[in-house]
Design a protein around this ligand. Structure first.
Ligand code: QAP
Ligand code: CO
Length: 166
């Protein structure tokens, strides 16, 4: 296993649109293991392949308290959404920044698991937010893009300074 390097906002590679996974093979399963290890080590509750510079439709999530319920979503599609909720979000690619974002309250998502088997999942609360946040990454979208240009630019400047002074 390996800890992967996470791209930091405003890295332009975070705006890459991910391609569907064609086959869930050993290469993909290795990447899933490494992404899970990277997420748990951070620690985080979700990580999209985009954030580790792999531009394929793959997400790992674990919102459990016990950190033993890894959820793998390959080629995910939201097939139903309802309601709305505000949640204070963070992101491993935007460390130290937490801002409220409005998203659907409940979603139904269809995806492939680590065995390439299709499944359907109903999610609400934090899990719903997390899936929507991670699916945005696959579209090249970072949560700060929901904020006002003023807030976003302040965050951008802060991130550039942080990386310069590292
Ligand atoms: C996305 O985010 C998410 O700033 C996953 O210094 C977050 O795992 C979805 C993290 C909140 C829904 C609600 C952030 C770790 C982890 C930081 C994460 C940090 C260290 C973020
Ligand atoms: Co994120």
């Amino acid at each position: 296993m390996a800890i992967l390097e996470i791209l930091n906002y405003p890295d332009p590679r975070l705006h890459t649109v991910a391609k569907p996974v064609k086959e869930v093979d050993t290469h993909i399963r290795r990447l899933i293991k490494d992404m899970a290890e990277t997420m748990y080590a951070a620690p985080g509750i979700g990580l999209a392949a985009t954030q580790v510079n792999q531009h394929i439709q793959l997400i790992v999530i674990d919102t459990s308290e016990t950190k033993d319920q890894l959820l793998v979503l390959i080629n995910p599609k939201i097939i139903a959404r309802s309601g709305s909720q505000d949640y204070e979000e963070g992101c491993l690619s935007v460390p130290g920044i937490y801002e409220s974002v409005t998203r659907a309250e409940k979603i139904t998502v269809q995806a492939l698991d680590a065995n390439g088997t299709q499944f359907t999942l109903d999610a609400d609360g934090l899990l719903s937010v997390c899936i929507q946040h991670e699916m945005d990454h696959l579209l090249g979208k970072v949560f700060v893009e929901y904020l006002s240009p003023l807030k976003r630019n302040r965050i951008k400047t802060k991130m550039v300074k942080l990386q310069r002074d590292r």
